[in-house]
Design a protein around this ligand. Sequence first.
Ligand code: PMP
Length: 463
Amino acid sequence: MSAVSNIYPTAALQALDAAHHIHPFSDTKALNEEGSRIITHADGIWLTDSNGNRILDGMAGLWCVQVGHGREEIAEAVNKQMSELSYYNTFFKTSHPPAIALSEKLAELAPSHMNRVFYCSSGSEANDTVFRMVRHYWDQMGKPDKKVIIGRWNGYHGSTVAGTSLGGMKGMHEQGDLPVPGVRHIDQPYWYGEGEDMSPEEFGVHVARKLEEAIDQIGEDKVAAFIAEPIQGAGGVIIPPETYWPEMKRILDERDILFVADEVICGFGRLGKWFGSEFYGLEPDLMPIAKGLTSGYLPMGGVLVSDRVCEGLIDKGGDFNHGYTYSGHPVCAAAALANLEIMQREKLVERVADDIGPYLQNRWRALGDHPLVGEARMEGLMGALELVPKKGERKTKFADGGSAGTLCRDLSFQNGMVMRAVGDSMIISPPLVLSHDEADQLIAIASKTLDDTYAELKKDGKL
Ligand code: PMP
């Protein structure tokens, strides 16, 4: 591809892309008319496009490039592993050193009650694994009626059939007649958008109790598990009120159901702890992981499995009839090990907790003073800005929901930074290696982008 990008000008690349490439989560017809942006290189937190523009990667790719782009150390580890053992499977009584070493490393980093990992290639596959694993667990424990999995509206757990079903994205459910049977959804802890007249504290408890209500309604003897992201990422960086997780924990402790914390975004330092569950003091039974595991250098996911689940899954014996050709892929495992080695050596997780996290959070929250911003929130290194037409009026939204966000996203790109829009919320989740100087640049671009968006919206009579 780099050869192609050196030879072809941007327009030719865009034409080829339009002719042959179907993009994820895209209106391909509209995209083909507009032409995709072509990213050719990346280094640290900076992307370079095919026109030579440098762009600050405010999203760490897709919430995954913890150690920054272009780390030679990972490339070398991958290269070495490619020459030694480029592929072998982990079925049929075989294993290999990279999968073994990575499993040991993950058991070291995970909470002490989690000592085993099942591998796959993505977050979606991790949640497909969860779907099958929790039902298999209850079968093994002699409670085969426990089948229902409870998720949350606007949660995101991937794009496969099980991932989409567990997630609560209505636009995704509409395509393909999902969710599959046996999945229920409860409300999300989105105070800014759905808290009505309650205080955040009241709302946190109120919405947590929806889990209790759902379990009682379905019958505890039929509920297998509850799945949630510690902080919803793709749903719009929904940081729950402080009362939410403690109340959820009370309910989960009282009920005989499994708790699945989807750590695909919150894991690997994003919240200043190795896992988001630790940040909130949660003790999950299963943790799907992906993204930051390899910093996105190669595709890899997994499910961290608690000792409790291993009782049913392993100690009771019998096959778990589930697995992927690339479960524990040696080259991906080598990339993960090199990535985790960098994260530990450079103390990136600690840095998010004590240094760059608080530094960026203070500046990001100050963007809340902007006339276009209703709320500026950030935890660890993931944040959101709620764009609103009338500051101070939480319930007043833009009439054509989403177009202010799309405009702001496009202007951000023009100003040299990737910010993602979720409806009219702007999202960032930069690499954990972000320096103070780069954080200042991020805030300066975000601030200018808000000014530009405000001016455009005013011009169009939308404010
Ligand atoms: N779970 C969560 C919380 C996610 O954010 C994502 C991806 N954004 C997934 C699962 C799915 O991961 P993947 O795209 O690797 O399949």
